[in-house]
Design a protein around this ligand. Structure first.
Ligand code: AMP
Length: 507
């Protein structure tokens, strides 16, 4: 066995008849069948000359064949490069030009666009649709199932994932076989995963959460995946009776809580609910516990590092905390300006070091150098604090910090207060240019249905609870908060939308 991630997760799978993935249509694939499918794809990749360090860019809908293509790319020794299906042709062109993939696999509907891009930027184009059909599947069907997985070391590249890039250019995070296998094997232990587990998988598979956490962990434990094309609260609720684990973004839990069918009986067979990729409101954590008796296990990670911290499987899962650093992962909180390590309880920059931390940004040596400390710690860009028990609390992205009249304001603190006000569903607080204060604290608020809470009521409620400089200068009601597919609030869009409010009305 080499350090190829495929071998680390799936060695011997070719003779394992247990079910690996069940599809929406009720059909299922055993581990042996998945190994065979990935072998056919890998033989095809090898035949067209793809091997170590070649990039395979994949912009396709979720399918079992797409998972097999991911595994085949690993087996061929090449680098898997998934792209968010929502990217426009212009965005896609940027990634293709930057990554220079040898092969681009796309949905047949986008073939013309991708061929036009490939004509300029290079690369061969094949197709694969949401049912796993297309030119790639046709070509691979004629190849043998057996494939000798290419040997790789821990330091060799396995994948490049582009960060969501809400500010500036999106960056390609280079992840090694060692990064991905260490993280998957650690989570199997930490979350007590076994071959008896059945995972409800409703996440996209172009992101770290749905691909590297959900799939890799399940494969490593030889457990079963119930593959859902998209999130559907009622289907998930009926599926829970024969499942044991759900991994979701916080929005999943908020949506499930809206269903009258969520109760202790519906979740009786479940042993683990995991949340991550965006902050889970303490309120959601509490409401879930009340309705189901289960404490959601919140964890924290990012594209560049995989998972960093997790609440414990046994022990206190604290609402509002992302838990303790995972084994072998070091976390520290530093002064963003000086890099000095801060005492317990102080808010600062979260830095991380460990076998999970990526090898750098593709084609960006200067950016890579700027985001690592000399002693190897990666500067996450997230602000947070550790408590005396070693639990980590995230306060927000560093770039979301508001500086108003020379004071630092952490949006999370204000959002927590606003969310507790009667009639408020949720909120997002941003800094907007303001002539007197530099930035004006500005709140976007979503009302609960039938609530008529207004700006005055919110400001009055906050006046006794927050220092004057932290209180919003304006409260703006919105129908919904802008979120990306992983449930993260896109504060850059709010800042753009509110950019001129203090130019027209005195704050
Ligand atoms: P991504 O690279 O798309 O996975 O985004 C990573 C970012 O998501 C982190 O740097 C955090 O800002 C945020 N994030 C992930 N998990 C959590 C969490 N449990 N609580 C708060 N923020 C989170």
């Amino acid at each position: 066995m080499t350090s190829n991630l495929y071998d680390r997760l799936l060695a011997g799978a070719e003779s394992d008849q247990s079910i690996c993935i069940e599809k929406d249509d009720g059909t299922a694939l055993s581990y042996a069948e998945l190994a065979a499918l990935s072998g056919r794809f890998a033989n095809f990749l090898a035949r067209i000359g793809i091997g170590p360090n070649h990039r395979v860019a994949v912009k396709v809908e979720k399918s079992v064949e797409a998972v097999a293509l991911y595994l085949a790319t690993l087996r061929a020794g090449a680098v898997y490069l998934p792209l968010n299906t929502a990217y426009t042709p212009t965005e896609t062109e940027y990634f293709i030009r930057d990554a220079q993939p040898t092969l681009i696999v796309c949905d047949p509907r986008e073939e013309a666009d991708l061929r036009a891009i490939a004509a300029k930027a290079g690369g061969r184009v094949e197709t694969l649709d949401h049912r796993g059909k297309g030119s790639l599947a046709d070509a691979a069907a004629g190849f043998p199932a057996r494939f000798d997985t290419v040997a790789r070391t821990n330091d060799d590249l396995a994948a490049i994932l582009y960060t969501s890039g809400t500010t500036g250019r999106s960056k390609g995070a280079m992840l090694t076989h060692g990064n991905l296998s260490s993280n998957a094997l650690t989570l199997v232990q930490e979350w007590r995963y076994s071959s008896k587990d059945v995972l409800i998988h409703a996440l996209p598979i172009y992101h770290v959460h749905g691909l590297f956490v959900a799939c890799n962990v399940t494969f490593a434990a030889r457990a079963r995946i119930l593959f859902m094309q998209k999130f559907d609260a009622e289907r998930i609720l009926t599926t829970m009776a024969r499942s044991t684990v759900l991994m979701g973004v916080p929005t999943f839990y908020v949506r499930l809580l809206e269903s009258a069918n969520l109760n202790e009986r519906a979740t009786a067979n479940m042993r683990l609910f995991v949340a991550g990729s965006a902050p889970l409101l303490a309120e959601t954590h509490r409401a879930w516990k009340e309705r189901t008796g289960h404490a959601i296990l919140e964890r924290y990670g990012m594209t560049e590092t995989g998972m960093i911290a997790s609440n414990p499987y046994e022990g206190a899962r604290i609402a509002g905390s992302v838990g303790r650093p995972l084994p072998a992962v070091e976390v520290r909180v530093t002064d963003p300006e000086t890099g000095a390590i801060l005492p317990v309880g102080d808010v600062g920059m979260i830095e991380v070091k460990g076998p999970n931390v990526f090898a750098g940004y593709w084609n960006m040596p200067d950016k890579t150098a700027a985001e690592f400390r000399a002693d190897g710690f990666f500067i996450t860009g997230d602000l947070g604090k550790l408590d005396a028990q070693g639990y980590l609390y995230i306060v927000g992205r560093g770039k979301d910090l508001i500086i108003t009249g020379g004071f630092n304001v952490y949006p999370k603190e204000i959002e927590t207060e606003i969310d507790a006000i009667d009639g408020v569903s949720e909120s997002a607080v941003v800094g907007v240019p303001h002539a007197d204060f530099g930035e004006g604290v500005t709140a976007a608020v979503v009302r609960l249905p039938n609530s008529s809470v207004d700006e005055r009521a919110i400001l009055d409620a906050l006046s006794g609870r927050l220092a004057k400089f932290k209180q919003p200068k304006r409260v703006i009601f919105v129908e919904t908060l802008p979120r990306n597919t992983m449930g993260k609030v896109q504060k850059n869009l709010l800042r753009e939308r509110f950019a001129t409010i203090y130019a027209t009305k005195a704050g």
